[in-house]
Design a protein around this ligand. Sequence first.
Ligand code: ADP
Ligand code: MG
Length: 366
Amino acid sequence: MTTSTAQRPASTDAPDDVSVRVRGLTKDFPLGGLFSRRSMRAVDNVDFDIPRGTIVALVGESGSGKSTVARAIARLERPTSGSITVGGQDVLKTEKSAASRRYRGTVQMVFQDPFGSLNPAHRVEHFLERPLRIHGKARTRAEVRSRSAELMRTVGLTEDMLDSYPHELSGGQRQRVSIARALAVDPEIILADEPTSMLDVSVRIGILNLMARLRDERGISMLFITHDLASARYVADTTLVMFAGALVEGGESLELMKNPSHPYTRLLLSAVPDPARTLSYDPVERARLRQAVLAPTTCPWQGADCSTTSPVRHTVGPDHWVRCHLYAPKVSAATNPLLTDSDSDLDSVLDTAPGTAPAPTRKADR
Ligand code: ADP
Ligand code: MG
């Protein structure tokens, strides 16, 4: 088997073609009362890059730590340890208040709930006027109006909607206003935290297309947080899978979806409707599978338990890595029950003990 260990780059200095570099990002939240010393690790030693002008999707279930990663990059949350490099600078080392406005001009966030983030008392133009004025993008009344109208057109809305109140717009239109507001400062990076999760499927695709257009036409780099792998596959160049605070798999989106390697990624993918996949699970069955995948004692690889030995990254394909003991070089292809052609056949994976798996048919040499 040609699986090899992918070394984490030691350097935190990001080259020019990297917009955001995250290394060793860890966040502990205190548990219990004021004097309690207990804490829970929400984000655990996370490493990734957002290459310039690309969309990186961060996928995982609720509570896996996705928002905490975005909030740390946005400097809304102070990490316990790690480094975040944006524009060649370790942003955690720069003084927060002094750098704040400049940072907001580079990194913008778009949130899940476009209604909650737009004050219902104001007309749409107000949400665009504020950032335009604060960041010196428009000074006079006429400049504000024409810049705002341009932003509206960029996100697929019309100038007359500047005079509407948020409640007069649909959910998709409100999310477009949130994106226009983020664009008002001309950011290089947008952190979009579940921007499509509250939208109907038919509206979702329009927002995903808008995100792709902003990447392609303006070179904006994006972190796209979602629990929906289908959306990640549709729009993201790279997909990272987060489980219980850690990144367990990452790669070029289509390659990762074609060859999901971590048991958890396979579990997530089993819920994505895909005509090419024959298997799908009902909620009860998924719950059973979830338990099986997540309990170390039922993991098909009994030789190394993730709860006692943290797995390192192993390369499983071009631009594709996984953190799972099953892909360690010492595990031969013949004994890895995950290396079969029936990628989504979790049942057989979980029911198969190492050593009894069918011979792998997947190409290991690529
Ligand atoms: P996700 O966005 O993937 O749903 P989050 O990053 O919001 O996950 O949360 C990860 C974990 O950290 C959860 O268990 C959540 O309860 C916890 N958490 C998030 N923010 C806080 C906070 N401010 N204080 C305490 N715990 C938090
Ligand atoms: Mg979240």
